[in-house]
Each structure stands twice: as structure tokens, then as C-alpha cells.
Design a protein around this ligand. Structure first.
Ligand code: PEP
Length: 249
């Protein structure tokens, strides 16, 4: 039985004041527990604030990206060890905004995955197709290519120590959600692809759905057999909305 996970990706949003309200709201709402592990991924500068406020709460936190490099002359970058130093347990890798806005390639994403695991971070590996790729019937080929790049670099066992997030790019921040069946079909494909190499790993790995998950569509999505939770962008910035999604598990 896979543990459900709900992770909030705050992207480049928040302020110390807003974060205080959001974190206190989430903490209060989760004090009786929910059936999911809950993770928040704030902008890097706020990780120390989040670490202070969530310490001992049972809610975990993570980074939104990391550097390929361990240390050195890489102005503006944040290393895996720095995230670990602030008790991050997770790090988002290969988010479509990193791939499209910063030109991250499959090979770089695969390398970041390795770098994260090397220090003990659990990568949340984002994969997903563009609208034109879906319309051209290329969804499975795209997610297979993105996934295989990581498996080829790290080996299939490394997938067991990670979380995969299927995020159709056309559904991110657009208000267009994949239907539960569309999402389930791709999740089942991803699990099957892992199973061709190792059935135990396939059974174990959590596959999250991301793309305009909201309180009113979360339950239907999370009820699908191969959807093990969600990676939530916009709706994770509002405590009540995020809590409603966590409770939809
Ligand atoms: C995301 O950025 O990972 C995401 C899923 O965003 P949204 O929920 O806003 O579509």
C-alpha cells in the first residue's frame, strides 16, 4: 500500500508575513492529521523560516530546484547539501518551468536527480508533455523519454527512492485539469514502464498528479488506482484550499 503524498509548490510566491499565515493555517488544519504525507516547497530564501515554523509538526519541506554542482563559483545557485542543511527531505527536479524557462535538458534533470539522492534528498521528478505533443499523440513517448533519461543515469533501484510527478504542461497553472481517466492512463503507463525493469519498484514508487489540482477535483483524481497524491501549485498558496486538497485523500 503506497502512502499518499500531497506537495505544495509555492513557486516564486510569498513573503515572511504571508508565509506565517499560510504555515500557521496549514499546521492548525493538520493538527488532527490527514491520510497523506504533506510537504511544502517554498522559494529557497524562505526555507529557514519554513524549517523553524514546521519543525516538529509532522509536515515536511523541500526545495524547488538545486544546483548540479556541490559548491564553488556558481553565483545564485543552491546546492543539495544546503537544502539538506535546512532539513529539506524533498526537492522538485525537472519542473516544466525549469525545463522551458531555464532550458533544462533531460540529461541535466537526470544529473540533478543523482545529485539530490547523493545527499539523501528524495527527488520529486516532474515529467509531462506539452499540449502539441499530446495532440500529436506523443504523450507516452515524451514521458518515457524523460523517465528513461533518469533510469539510464541512476538505475531502476533509484526510482524506488524517489517520487514521480506526472504534470501535463498544458494543465499547469491554466485551470485545465487532465480528466481523472486521462491522468490515470498516463500514470498506469509510467508504472508499467518502471515494471518492465522491476515490478517491486513499480509497485512501490509514488506517482503524483500535478496540473490545476483544486479542492473540487482532488478527490476524483486521488481516487484513481495509480494516482498517489498531487503536486499542487496555485492552490497550495491558500491554507483552506490546500487543506481541502489534503483532506480529499
Ligand atoms: C505545478 O507548478 O507543479 C503545478 C501543478 O501548478 P498548478 O497547480 O498551479 O497547475
Amino acid at each position: 500500500m503506497r502512502q499518499t503524498l500531497v506537495a505544495g509548490n509555492w513557486k516564486m510566491n510569498g513573503s515572511r508575513e504571508e508565509n506565517r499565515h499560510l504555515l500557521d493555517g496549514i499546521k492548525a488544519g493538520l493538527s488532527e492529521g490527514v491520510g497523506a504525507e504533506v510537504v511544502v516547497c517554498p522559494p529557497a530564501i524562505y526555507i529557514p523560516q519554513v524549517a523553524r515554523r514546521l519543525n516538529g509538526s509532522g509536515i515536511t519541506w523541500g526545495g524547488q530546484d538545486l544546483s548540479l554542482h556541490e559548491s564553488g563559483a556558481y553565483t545564485g545557485e543552491i546546492s543539495a547539501a544546503m537544502l539538506w542543511d535546512y532539513q529539506c527531505r524533498y526537492v522538485i527536479i525537472g519542473h516544466s518551468e525549469r525545463r522551458s524557462l531555464h532550458g533544462e535538458t533531460d540529461a541535466q534533470v537526470a544529473e540533478k536527480f543523482l545529485v539530490a539522492q547523493k545527499v539523501g534528498l528524495t527527488p520529486i521528478l516532474c515529467i509531462g508533455e506539452l499540449l502539441e505533443e499530446r495532440e500529436a499523440g506523443e504523450t507516452e513517448a515524451v514521458v518515457a523519454r524523460q523517465l528513461d533519461a533518469v533510469i539510464d543515469a541512476s538505475g531502476i533501484q533509484a526510482i524506488a527512492g524517489s517520487v514521480i510527478a506526472y504534470e501535463p504542461v498544458w494543465a499547469i497553472g491554466t485551470g485545465k485539469t487532465a480528466s481523472p481517466q486521462q491522468a490515470q492512463d498516463v500514470h498506469a503507463f509510467i508504472r508499467q514502464r518502471v515494471a518492465t525493469q522491476n515490478t517491486d519498484v513499480a509497485e512501490k514508487v509514488q506517482i503524483l498528479y500535478g496540473g490545476s489540482v483544486k479542492p473540487d477535483n482532488a478527490a476524483e483524481l486521488f481516487a484513481m488506482a495509480d494516482i498517489d497524491g498531487g503536486l499542487i501549485g496555485g492552490a497550495s498558496l491558500d491554507a483552506e484550499g490546500f487543506l481541502a486538497i489534503c483532506r480529499a485523500v
